[in-house]
Ligand binder design. Structure first.
Ligand SMILES: [Zn+2]
Length: 360
């Protein structure tokens, strides 16, 4: 049975281990040790994600969370606010995103093993670098994963809060190579990379195009010193839409604009890479992940409440790798802020729902 005291203890122990994105080694070792202690075969793949498996009956289910947290996330000091809410002390995030998800997975496995009742085979994937662009999920060793369906425990709100729709997401990197020259003595010998990059930037899709389509130039980096014609400038941007055709149309427009600038500046080198970071999806009732989770929610008196989200999670990457994924709430609020807090009964409900789904 899901145990409140035990899941809370695991949660508090996990947030006591600092793990901002890129510094996950300590928490990865801790998670691997905990999974092994629960009787799972547990290991880290080449990208440092913690993977584990537990035999069972029927088709396997992947349980997933991420181990990294956003900044400011070192030296987290949890504060109880009444019996049911945990906050940070206001100087850091709390880290319920996503130590809450990790604690849910550990508690579900603990409960399954002590009850001894039959359950589906379970695979576990706890990723690194989720918050800095789904890095761990993108580099995960999918050859080790058999599941065709996943529960990703990484959303805010109660477990009935489900990410029901996510956008197609394209990212791009554009590099303009010019030629350096002294800006005062012989500027005509230079090829000004920043100025050419500026012509590119003004024609790239930025802002909101409609209710489901957006674009952004997020980072520009170029030049070395004030008095030299810059020989290099890099641009990083992205485009998203719930509708694949709309985002592909934006990509096509961006590409053709870059081509125009290239024609006007044959003296410069322009390298543009557009890549789909992950595919979007819409969760319908007949989706395998919905069919796994919706009955579990309803059996516990909760009605699924799918809603669109603008951001990506590991679930998007899993879908890109052929694993139907559902992203559910684990009781967190105000994520990515110092006001982040966790509603303990909702985290417990999340664990109960996941357990019910595995018992099937
Ligand atoms: Zn998260």
């Amino acid at each position: 049975m899901i145990n409140r005291k035990r899941i809370l203890q695991a949660f508090l122990e996990l947030i006591a281990i600092d793990s901002p994105s890129g510094q996950e080694d300590a928490v990865a070792e801790d998670l691997q040790r905990r999974l092994a202690a629960l009787g799972l075969e547990a290991w880290q793949d080449a990208a440092g994600n913690v993977l584990a498996r537990l035999p069972g009956k029927g088709d396997p289910v992947l349980l997933s969370a991420h181990m990294d947290t956003v900044e400011p996330g070192t030296g987290i000091k949890p504060v109880f606010d009444g019996d049911d809410i945990i906050r940070s002390d206001g100087t850091t995030i709390l880290g319920a995103d996503n130590k809450g998800g990790c604690a849910v997975i550990l508690e579900v496995l603990q409960s399954l093993s002590e009850d001894g009742a039959s359950h589906r085979p379970v695979e576990v994937a706890i990723s690194r670098g989720e918050e800095i662009g789904l890095v761990g999920a993108s580099q995960m060793d999918y050859s080790a994963i058999r599941s065709k369906v996943a529960i990703v425990i990484d959303s805010g709100g109660p477990p009935s809060d489900i990410q029901g729709q996510a956008p197609f997401h394209y990212v791009y990197d554009i590099e303009v190579t010019g030629r350096a020259a002294h800006a005062g003595l012989e500027p005509e010998k230079g090829i000004p990379a920043i100025s050419i990059a500026a012509e590119i930037i003004t024609g790239l899709p930025q802002g909101r195009f409609d209710y489901e389509t957006t674009g952004n130039v997020g980072r520009v980096n170029g030049g070395l010193v004030r008095n030299a014609v810059p020989d290099l400038c890099r641009i990083e941007g992205e485009m998203r839409s719930m509708d694949r055709l709309k985002v592909e149309d934006l990509v096509a427009r961006a590409r053709s604009h870059v081509e125009n600038v290239r024609r006007q500046h044959p003296e410069a080198g322009i390298d543009a890479q557009f890549t789909m970071a992950y595919p979007g999806y819409e969760l319908t009732e007949d989706d395998p992940a919905a069919q796994l989770l919706y009955p579990a929610l309803r059996s516990l008196g909760m009605e699924p409440n799918p809603h669109p989200v603008g951001g990506g999670t590991d679930g998007n990457v899993f879908r890109g790798n052929g694993i139907a994924s559902i992203v559910i709430g684990r009781g967190g609020y105000n994520q990515h802020t110092k006001d982040e807090y966790l509603v303990i009964p909702e985290m417990l409900d999340c664990a109960r729902v996941v357990e019910a789904a595995l018992r099937g």
